[in-house]
Write a protein that binds this ligand. Structure first.
Ligand code: DOR
Length: 313
């Protein structure tokens, strides 16, 4: 039988699956549900120093091929999520490490939160979200390559815990090359490809209207729409980054087949967003069963046998 066991950092997780930050992780109830589901771990909603209400509603809309959102980082505040992951760690010190996401509104806010993580008892994995497309007036940090390098430079002057970054999608080889050369200068443990594709527009023909309120309807796309872009980014960074920097694959994972494709491109862990929102936490049972079926049909007993081994023509 096929095993989905996945080693990431110093821990072997039961499978590669977890939520994508933002989905099903805004409060302790949702986080507990994830923790008790068939996902192998979870990541918290990206936090800011203080609690935020986020953008006006409606701000998330499911469509047949995916989702569009402009949430605007509604969250309970940094301390709420940090307390949650530290309490959990104290309850189960040998348990699977959790992921903790931060998304400050400025370089200083990010540095301040990461200093607090560094000084805390948290010993899981921290994700720095440099790609939120939804805060009016705030560009996506990782599209500004000078700023990307500057932030990471400042972070690694003091941060010694495991750190990954959440990237936006890139669409040009010049950008893959430049981003990778910057990321390769730092002791990152992973990059997460990709955040939603920023600033799409979904239209309701009947109403001749946009479907979400913030930013006159512009928002980040997720789901089936974005899988080819997600796979391209996973592959581009897998083939450009130092092997010590793992890839988390996020974007359009709806079936075991989608998961298999992300793994072939080189992803280590896999995150599910849009489909988790649609189906709830039972999505993990289904996708894991489907991935195992594919592996068994192909005669694979472990993910390592095919990870990254995408063929070209
Ligand atoms: O699509 C996204 N929505 N990506 C983020 O990084 C943040 C989130 C939000 O809260 O708007």
């Amino acid at each position: 039988p096929a095993s989905l066991a996945t080693t990431f950092l110093n821990h072997t997780y039961e499978n590669p699956f977890m939520n994508a930050s933002g989905v099903h992780c805004k409060d302790t109830k949702e986080l507990n549900e994830l923790d008790n589901s068939k996902s192998s771990t979870f990541i918290t909603k990206s936090s800011t120093s203080l609690k935020r209400e986020g953008n006006p509603e409606p701000r998330y809309f499911s469509v047949p091929l995916g989702s569009i959102n402009s949430m605007g980082l509604p969250n309970e505040g940094f301390n709420y999520y940090l307390k949650y992951v530290i309490d959990r760690q104290q309850r189960m010190p040998k348990g699977n490490p959790a992921f903790f996401s931060v998304a400050g509104m400025s370089v200083d806010e990010n540095l301040k939160m990461l200093k607090a993580v560094q000084d805390s008892d948290f010993n899981g994995v921290t994700e720095l979200n440099l790609s939120c497309p939804n805060v009016p007036g705030k560009p996506q940090v990782a599209y500004d390559f000078d700023l990307l390098g500057e932030i990471l430079q400042k972070v690694f002057e003091f941060f010694t815990k495991p750190l990954g970054v959440k990237l936006p999608p890139y669409f040009d080889f010049a950008h893959f090359d430049t981003a990778a050369s910057i990321l390769n200068r730092f002791p990152l443990v992973y990059v997460n490809c990709i955040n939603s594709i920023g600033n799409g527009l979904y239209i309701d023909i009947e109403k001749e209207s946009v479907v979400i309120k913030p930013k006159n309807g512009f928002g980040g796309l997720g789901g089936e729409y974005i899988k080819p872009t997600a796979l391209a980014n996973v592959r581009a960074f897998y083939t450009r980054l130092n092997p010590s920097i793992k890839i988390i694959g996020t974007g359009g994972i709806r079936t075991g087949g989608d998961a298999f494709e992300h793994l072939l491109c080189g992803a280590t862990m896999l995150q599910v967003g849009t489909e988790l929102y649609k189906e709830g936490v039972s999505v993990f049972d289904r996708i894991e069963r489907e991935l195992k079926e594919i592996m068994e049909k192909k005669g694979y007993t472990s993910i390592e046998q095919f990870r990254g081994k995408l063929r070209t023509l």
